[in-house]
Design a protein around this ligand. Structure first.
Ligand code: ATP
Ligand code: MG
Length: 577
C-alpha cells in the first residue's frame, strides 16, 4: 500500500483522553477513533491488526474442529427470561423495545441464542459433539469503559460453544479448546499464562483465563517460577510449611501489657518482634453472625477465600460496636484465646511456633500462645492471599505476583443452559439427556491492545510479526529524484510479488516525519532508500526491535528475503505445529 493513498491520520501529540500506552498509540497511529464512551471506529490500519488476530483465531478454531457461524446481535427478551438472566445480568445488558412493544437486548454474549438454535436442530447423540463459534460485535454497557479497545462497550469477540453427550466428552472438548487457545496466543507472539480461574474443583479446574502479562493489566495473578501453575490472586493457593512438632516443654502463655499498641506494627515495635511471630485477628460479619479470623500477622485475609470457606453469600468487616459487645475489647487487642465467637484459622496458624496475639483486653497481648494448647479453631482453611515468594502448591518453587490482561476465557458450563432451555438429545438407548456445554471467548480488540502493551518503546508500537498490519515499511527519502523513485517503485513491486505486506512511504514529506511514522506504526522491518545510499548501491535495512541497521547491496537482495523469511517463520513455525 502506498502511504500517500492510505488513510492513516497519525497524531503528533499524546491524546489526553488516553491513560494506557496501547490506547495512546492506537489513537496516535490512526488505528482507532472514539465515537462515544467505549465505542470506537476501526480505521484501516486498526482493522488490519484486528483482522490478523481474527485470521489466527479462525485458523486455529477450524483446525480444532470448530465451525464458524454468525448469530444475530439483537436478541429477544424471551430467551433471556427462559435462562433467568434477564433479571440476573444487571445493567450491562442494554435493553430496548421495538415498535410492537416487544423487548430485546443487544447481545453481550450468546449462550441463550446458541442453545436455542441447537435445541431445535439436534435430536440424536449421532449429531454430537458440536463446536460452533463466531466472531462478532458484542455490546456490554460497562460501568467504566476505558483504555480504548481494552474495555469497550461495543467490542469484537470470538465466542464459541461446545455441545457434548456427557461430562467426559465435554472435558475432552475443553482440553481441545485449551490447546487451541495456547496456539492462538503463541502465534500472536504474546507472553501469556493460562490461569486457573476456578481451582479446587474435583478432578481439576475447568475454567481458565488466558492472561497476557503486562504492568498495566487489571488482573493480579500468581505465577510459579518453576512450573506452569498460575492462578488469579483471589484464588491462588500456596504450599504450607511442614507441621511443627508440638513440644510439651514450651513455656506457658503469659499476658503482657502493650499500652497504646493497636496495629501489628505497633505491637511488633513494642515487643521487638517480626510480624511473622504474631497472629492477626480480624472480625468479620456474615448472615451467620460474627467470625474471628486469625492469620499470620504478616499476611492479608483474602475475603474471596474466606467467603468460600464459610459458604456464605457475603462477608464484611464487623462494626466497632458489635466487636466491643462480643469481645469486651477493641479491634487492636483481639485474639483467639477464649474468644466468644466462631474462630476461623488460616491453615498456617496451626503450624506456627509460639505466637503473640491480642488478649481480648484493651492494652494487653498474650505471648507464648500455642495452637492446640491455648486455643483451637472451629474451622481451618486457606484464607489468606498469597505473597511473592510463597511456595507453589504444585512444585514448591517460589511464586511471583504479576499483573496481566485477560484476553481469553474458557469455561465448562455443564448443563446450566441446556437445562434452563431444555436442550436435550436421545442417547444410544433412546433416553432423553441434557447436552453438556462449554463456552470459549476471546477479546479480539483487547488482544491487539494487549499486544501493544507488551510490545512498544518511546517511539511507538513494535507489534509481533503476525499482528503487524504491514510487515515492511519502505521509505523513499528522495521523492524528487527520479532514479531513487524508480528504484523504490521496483523494490515495492518485488515485495508485493513475494506477498510481503508493505507500506510504501512515497509521500512528499521530510525524512524525519517518515522515520517517526514508521517507528510509531512499528512495522517489523524498515527499508530506507535515499539519494546517497542509492548512489553507493546500498539498501538500509533495520529491524524495528534492533537498534542497529544493516546495509544490503541493491544488486543482491537475497539477504533481505532471508531476513524477512526468518521473521515470518515465527508465526508460520507455530502454525504448522
Ligand atoms: P472482564 O472480567 O475483563 O470484564 P469477562 O469475564 O466479562 O471479562 P468474558 O465474558 O469471559 O469476559 O468475555 C470473553 C472475553 O471477551 C474476555 O476474555 C475479554 O478478552 C473480552 N472482553 C470482555 N469484556 C470486554 C470489554 N468490555 N471490552 C473488550 N473486550 C472484552
Ligand atoms: Mg466483564
Amino acid at each position: 500500500m502506498r502511504f500517500s493513498r492510505m488513510y492513516i491520520p497519525t497524531l503528533k501529540e499524546d491524546p489526553t483522553e488516553a491513560e494506557v500506552i496501547s490506547h495512546k498509540l492506537m489513537l496516535r497511529a490512526g488505528m482507532i477513533r472514539r465515537l462515544a464512551a467505549g465505542i470506537y471506529a476501526y480505521l484501516p490500519l486498526g482493522l488490519m491488526a484486528v483482522r490478523n488476530v481474527e485470521r489466527i483465531v479462525r485458523e486455529e478454531m477450524n483446525r480444532a474442529g470448530a465451525q464458524e457461524l454468525l448469530l444475530p446481535g439483537v436478541q429477544p427478551a424471551e430467551l433471556w427470561q427462559e435462562s433467568g438472566r434477564w433479571e440476573q445480568y444487571g445493567r450491562e445488558l442494554l435493553r430496548f423495545t421495538d415498535r410492537h412493544q416487544r423487548e430485546f437486548c443487544l447481545g453481550p454474549t450468546h449462550e441463550e441464542v446458541i442453545t436455542d438454535l441447537v435445541r431445535h436442530e439436534i435430536r440424536s447423540y449421532r449429531q454430537l459433539p458440536l463446536n460452533l463459534y463466531q466472531i462478532q460485535t458484542k455490546f456490554r454497557d460497562e460501568i467504566r469503559p476505558r483504555f480504548g479497545l481494552m474495555r469497550g462497550r461495543e467490542f469484537i469477540m470470538k465466542d464459541g460453544y461446545s455441545f457434548d453427550v456427557d461430562d467426559r466428552m465435554a472435558e475432552k472438548s475443553y482440553h481441545v479448546m485449551f490447546e487451541a487457545y495456547d496456539r492462538i496466543f503463541k502465534r500472536c507472539g504474546l507472553n501469556f499464562r493460562a490461569v486457573e480461574a476456578d481451582s479446587g474443583a474435583i478432578g481439576g479446574s475447568f475454567s481458565h483465563e488466558f492472561v497476557v502479562l503486562a504492568k498495566s493489566g487489571e488482573d493480579a495473578i500468581a505465577t510459579c517460577s518453576g512450573c506452569s501453575y498460575a492462578a488469579n490472586l483471589e484464588k491462588a493457593e500456596r504450599a504450607c510449611p511442614v507441621s511443627k512438632a508440638v513440644n510439651d516443654e514450651l513455656p506457658a502463655m503469659e499476658k503482657v501489657a502493650t499500652p497504646g499498641c493497636g496495629s501489628i506494627e505497633e505491637v511488633c515495635a513494642f515487643l521487638q518482634l517480626e510480624p511473622e511471630m504474631t497472629i492477626k485477628s480480624m472480625v468479620y460479619e456474615s448472615d451467620r453472625g460474627l467470625h474471628l479470623v486469625v492469620v499470620n500477622g504478616a499476611r492479608q485475609v483474602s475475603e474471596t477465600k474466606l467467603k468460600a470457606l464459610l459458604g456464605v453469600p457475603w462477608i464484611a468487616l464487623a462494626e466497632e460496636d458489635g466487636i466491643a459487645k462480643a469481645f469486651g475489647a477493641r479491634a487492636g487487642s483481639l485474639g483467639p484465646v477464649g474468644a466468644g465467637v466462631e474462630v476461623i484459622a488460616d491453615q498456617e496458624v496451626g503450624l506456627m511456633p509460639p505466637l503473640v496475639c491480642g488478649a481480648n483486653k484493651d492494652g494487653f497481648h498474650l505471648r507464648q500462645v500455642v495452637y492446640g494448647r491455648d486455643f483451637t479453631a472451629d474451622k481451618i482453611g486457606d484464607v489468606v492471599e498469597v505473597r511473592a515468594g510463597d511456595a507453589c502448591p504444585r512444585c514448591g518453587a517460589p511464586m511471583e505476583l504479576v499483573r496481566g490482561i485477560e484476553v481469553g476465557h474458557i469455561f465448562k458450563l455443564g448443563t446450566k443452559y441446556s437445562k434452563a432451555l431444555s436442550a436435550t438429545f436421545l442417547d444410544q438407548d433412546g433416553k432423553e439427556k441434557l447436552m453438556v456445554m462449554g463456552c470459549y471467548g476471546i477479546g479480539i480488540g483487547r488482544t491487539v491492545a494487549a499486544a501493544i502493551e507488551q510490545n512498544h518503546d518511546e517511539q511507538g508500537m513494535m507489534l509481533p510479526y503476525a499482528l503487524a498490519p504491514f510487515k515492511v515499511a519502505l521509505l523513499c527519502l528522495d521523492t524528487k529524484n527520479e532514479e531513487v523513485v524508480a528504484y523504490c517503485d521496483q523494490l515495492y513491486r518485488q515485495l508485493q510479488e513475494r506477498g510481503i505486506e508493505t507500506l510504501y512511504d512515497d509521500r512528499n514529506e521530510r525524512p524525519g516525519i517518515k522515520f517517526k511514522d514508521a517507528d510509531l506504526i512499528g512495522m517489523p522491518l524498515r527499508l530506507t532508500v535515499g539519494r546517497k545510499s542509492y548512489a553507493r548501491g546500498i539498501l538500509e535495512v533495520k529491524k524495528r526491535r534492533s537498534p542497529e541497521s544493516m546495509e544490503i547491496p541493491v544488486q543482491d537482495l537475497s539477504q533481505l528475503w532471508h531476513v524477512i523469511e526468518e521473521m515470518a517463520a515465527d508465526d508460520q513455525g507455530i502454525s504448522s505445529l
